[in-house]
Design a protein around this ligand. Structure first.
Ligand code: NAG
Ligand code: NAG
Ligand code: NAG
Ligand code: NAG
Length: 435
């Protein structure tokens, strides 16, 4: 596993929080949006706590007001700020960015009255506790994998939620799940009010940390948003159990993820955050200030900065400090999939046997447990490649599945109910376009 490979699945954004903000007006054509931390639009309007989850609080049409928008097949974009719920069940809010295709399938002047617009909620992993590395801001410079463009070519809208929320709570899967669910409710609502789209069908997709948000969302949705119908969810490279595995990342190439995870998850838990602050070295080498520099770094920057660093060095009591029961309980609560609820959507789960970041045994166990509880899953176990390879190798199968649930085709032959596990050896043929 090389750093180059790991890089390929993180959004290659800079976290620009320390940079001088550009004086740009959002409605000035050809300009970029300001940093989220400086952007007055990224504030919930007064009284927002009293609204119900999924309520639309702000809409910014033509959000990416440059020509052309540097993602293929985009016609226009809008952003929605909506009410959601955090990990402790308090009110929070979040933002999603919606890309609409150049050739829309349904629109206010569509002649077909029964036109159904496919909407893909696409959870892009950003792996950082830096708000200014959120996709809503970073996607102005393009997309990392070309997947948005492919979905747009299929005629779908693509909604990319900042599922870590306004505190950039990397690793906090409960709030990520709620935000993902509410982003779909909010986009469906704006589709109707602002774009005349009455009939829409929504599906979800996420890989790696985007899979965590997606999986948490489909588990939480039945109780949290019983009226919301989600047509299907594609979930790849999921880390189904991170609660106890986190500390194992210390002194590895991906030690930066541990720092980001401690900062990100404790952003939702004030008591655990206080505890962390009380245990970090106040001065000298490996001090608290340096630890929190991570929240001014993109996922990629923090991987470089903390590469092979023993993160336990930052703590007065070393490793033992991270064994505190309240901290462990927090990580287990947030990082154990399968305990949030019983999904009622059709699912495509894909994973490689050789996944070097998220062991397949945890996903095997999760799928088995969800299936016992009545889920409807097609589970692909690929005998080829590692975590980063499956990002590419799973792409066509994911699009085929999403086409099945959004457009009514049957390419993937997902069973009508119950589960089916398929072992396969699949490598995306080099140079073959994904559609
Ligand atoms: C959030 O929820 C917790 C637990 O229910 C509660 O103790 C706390 O006061 C809440 N915080 C805010 C800001 O509402
Ligand atoms: C309305 O229809 C015209 C002609 O088909 C098309 O060019 C245009 O993009 C449509 N408008 C919207 C908002 O979809
Ligand atoms: C949509 O409406 C048209 C015309 O009323 C009808 O022929 C067609 O079968 C309908 N399609 C669906 C998917 O309901
Ligand atoms: C904390 O560590 C950073 C980075 O090594 C260093 O620049 C800074 O002076 C340290 N702060 C204190 C108070 O020791």
């Amino acid at each position: 596993m090389t750093m180059t490979l790991i890089a390929s699945f993180f959004l290659l954004l800079n976290c620009l929080a320390l940079a001088e903000p550009q004086a740009v007006a959002a409605d000035d054509p050809g300009t970029y949006l300001p940093l989220p931390s400086w952007d007055p639009w990224y504030r919930a309007p007064e009284g927002w706590q009293a609204t119900t989850p999924g309520t639309v609080l702000r809409v910014r049409q033509h959000a990416y007001n440059m020509t052309p928008i540097p993602i293929l097949n985009v016609g226009d974009t809008f952003q929605v700020l909506f009410r959601s719920t955090d990990s402790l069940d308090n009110a929070t809010w979040a933002v999603t960015t919606v890309f609409m295709p150049k050739n829309p399938r349904c629109s206010s002047n569509s002649t077909s009255s029964n036109c159904t617009q496919g909407i893909l909620s696409y959870q892009l992993p950003y792996d950082t506790s830096c708000l200014d590395a959120s996709p809503s801001f970073g996607l102005q410079w393009g997309e990392p994998y070309g997947e948005i463009a492919i979905a747009l070519a299929r005629g779908w809208w693509v909604s990319v939620p900042d599922f870590e929320g306004p505190l950039a709570s990397y690793g906090a899967n409960i709030v990520a799940g709620y935000i993902t669910v509410d982003s779909v409710r909010a986009v469906l609502s704006v589709a109707d009010t602002h774009y005349g789209v009455k009939n829409a069908r929504a599906a979800m997709w996420g890989y790696s940390n985007g899979a965590s948000a997606t999986e948490a969302a489909v588990e939480l949705a039945p109780k949290y948003a019983p009226d919301l119908h989600i047509a299907g969810a594609a979930i790849g490279g999921l880390a189904a159990v991170v609660g106890t595995a986190g500390p194992l990342l210390t002194a590895t190439q991906v030690a930066g993820l541990l720092v980001q995870g401690i900062i990100g998850v404790t952003s939702q838990y004030p008591e655990q955050r206080q505890y962390i602050l009380s245990r970090l070295n106040p001065s000298g080498p490996y001090n608290a200030t340096e630890f929190f520099w991570a929240s001014y770094m993109s996922g990629w920057q923090s991987l470089l900065y903390f590469c092979y660093v023993d993160i336990f060095e930052y703590f007065i009591g070393g490793k033992d400090d991270l064994d505190h029961p309240d901290l462990r309980a927090m990580f287990i609560r947030e990082g154990t999939m399968g305990q949030f609820g019983d999904p009622n959507v059709k699912m495509f789960v894909y994973h490689t046997l050789e996944d070097d970041m998220a062991p397949i045994k945890d996903t095997d166990a999760l799928v088995a447990s969800l299936c016992e509880r009545g889920s409807n899953i097609l589970y692909h176990r690929n005998h080829w490649g590692g975590h980063n390879d499956e990002l590419t190798n799973g792409r066509q199968r994911s699009f085929d599945f999403l086409g099945d649930v959004l457009d009514g085709s049957d390419v993937m032959k997902v069973p009508g109910s119950g589960c089916k596990t398929v072992d396969l050896t699949f490598m995306q043929p080099y140079g073959k376009p994904i559609v």
